[in-house]
Design a protein around this ligand. Sequence first.
Ligand code: 7TS
Length: 417
Amino acid sequence: MANPVSTTNAAWRGVRADFPALHQQVNGKPLVYLDNAATAQKPQVVIDTLSRFYERDNANVHRGLHALSNRATEAYEGARNRVAKFLNAADSAEIIFTRGTTESINLVAASWGGANLKPGDAILLTEMEHHSNLVPWQLIARRTGAALRFVPVLGANAEGGLDLAALDSLLTPDVKLFAFTHVSNSLGVINPAAELCAKARAKGIITVIDGAQSIGHMPVDVRALGCDFYAFSGHKMAGVTGIGALYGRRALLDAMPPWQGGGGMISVVEFQESKWKPAPERFEAGTPNFADAVALGAACDYLDALGRPEIARHDNALARLAYDKLSTLPEIRLLGPVGERSGLVSFAFPGVHAHDIVTFADEDGLALRGGHHCNQPLMHKLGLTSTTRASFYVYNTAEEIDILVASLRRILKFFGA
Ligand code: 7TS
């Protein structure tokens, strides 16, 4: 199947062949995997890197002086360097390995928030945040007495994105931290992250970018973005599950207290008191997920070989194509921007529940997602309980969008919609 962007990069030509999970039938039809915003499939090289690590190098890191432990430590710290390079961080000590976006945001909320927020302070979020970038702030707001405020989204279908005109008046002196998603997982909107960070920074406000939906889909340069923190998950960028990272500016990390205690994060332990190591160890208590971190390094290599600007062009072109073709369906309500968008499209039909659409589409071999996508407050604001979402990645094709549209026509006919 052809990809919709022409590219001279040889790595693109065999891209579908790199992903073993794509080559199967579902309900007698070739699998059309369009649930990439939930998790992406893994290229063979990432799977092989993980297997090889367990077959040859497995030992606990930062502890032993034996050959395997040294190899494992080198591979783990090599992965940290690789991720730092992937994000263009100034220093690999600015990369803390976590279980993923959710844990990274919880780390900032508990550690930075716990140490810095007090009654009378405010945390600014947006109305389009995933629960992972909302609930941790609710928890720390309750603990510290800080208030939560939200940048509104514009339009009946949130087609206007964030209300940037309202932002200036929301960046008041009591706001200490501004956390927002780079790309919305249900709208597909790409927020102007560098501009948002610059506005916040001008007022001394700390910024946290939820990068779950941007990390694998576009070039990400934390220094160009100008953020203080950037959180992401490996499993959405062709890496394995259970690993992700938090980027944090070194000066901030050095001033933050640990959020979990245990082995690996201390310099001295007494019965009553302990002293901490600097970042990143301070924030990695216990045996880290070193094997998955090594596989994450391989995912970085894989995506860079394809070219991240080309991935963005490919995914965004597919999403626009899908938006245009879906808009021909009767009574469809398409969410998010009409023009430029990241690689996903969410939609709803008045008479058919998203769960029914996903179940019926599965008969045609399609993997879609239906539900509130962990965006319940946004759904309520838009007067919806759920949407259906098609989300794209490097291996998806224009033909697969035709299969999606044909399947939806069949389903709408069945429901008499
Ligand atoms: N932030 C955003 C914007 C997300 O889309 C997700 C996951 C997360 C945070 C949490 O990531 P995790 O890896 O820590 O779970 N989004 C989705 C989704 O849209 N469908 O399933 C998971």
